[in-house]
Design a protein around this ligand. Structure first.
Ligand code: GAR
Length: 201
């Protein structure tokens, strides 16, 4: 069984989908820690309600940057909790070397577009503004870039003529909640459950 650490900044509906997949035994995992850069994020409340330990990531006065010191401390806390796979679930800061080196091939992200289309923030709004006829979601391994890492799985949804950013996001999220737990299970099956001490695969 793999131990998951979740990083999120918002509502945490993807984490809820992961918890549901664990409860229905579709995903052989446990969530051992949830970290957020936003002390008011609902993801923290969801975790607490389910008895999962939570931590706040202190990014000081930086609104969007993820300072190196905060990344090192996050890696330390994830390791202390025994995390074998890190799942970004609506986490809105860019992960860089300190975390990537601590968890090689062990950080996944869910992004609300068919990457490489529409990386970055509010991808669903970008798709509507751009007049796209199709969008979806992508699960990928995290690298140094913005939503650029190797793609593991995608799901497609249509963009309907009367879609708003909100209605498209809702349709995408239905697919996210199915795709993310499934892809976590598939990726976890390629890994040793425990992170080797030297940090390799
Ligand atoms: C999800 O749609 C996720 O794909 C997106 O934020 C939302 C979080 O929802 N992530 C990104 O845009 C990352 N670039 P949730 O908090 O309800 O899971």
């Amino acid at each position: 069984m793999i131990s998951l650490g979740i990083l999120g900044s918002g509502s945490g509906s993807n984490m809820q989908a992961i918890m549901d997949a664990i409860a229905s035994e579709q995903l052989n995992a446990r969530i051992v820690i949830v970290l957020s850069d936003n002390p008011d994020a609902y993801i923290l409340e969801r975790a607490a309600k389910n008895g999962i330990p939570t931590r706040i990531i202190d990014c000081g006065d930086y609104r969007t940057r993820f300072p190196e010191e905060a990344q090192r401390e996050t890696a330390r806390q994830l390791k202390e909790a025994g995390v074998g796979l890190v799942c970004l679930a609506g986490f809105m800061r860019l992960v860089k070397a300190p975390l990537l080196e601590a968890f090689p091939s062990r950080i996944l992200n869910i992004h609300p577009s068919l990457l490489p289309a529409y990386p970055g923030m509010m991808a669903w709004e970008q798709a509507v503004t751009d007049g796209a006829t199709e969008s979806g979601c992508t699960v990928h391994l995290v690298d140094e870039g913005m939503d650029t890492g190797p793609i593991l799985a995608q799901a497609r949804v249509p963009v309907l003529p009367d879609d708003t950013a909100a209605t498209l996001h809702q349709r995408i999220q239905v697919e996210e909640h199915r795709l993310y737990p499934e892809t976590i299970a598939n990726h976890a099956a390629t890994l040793e459950p425990q992170l080797p001490p030297e940090g390799g695969r």
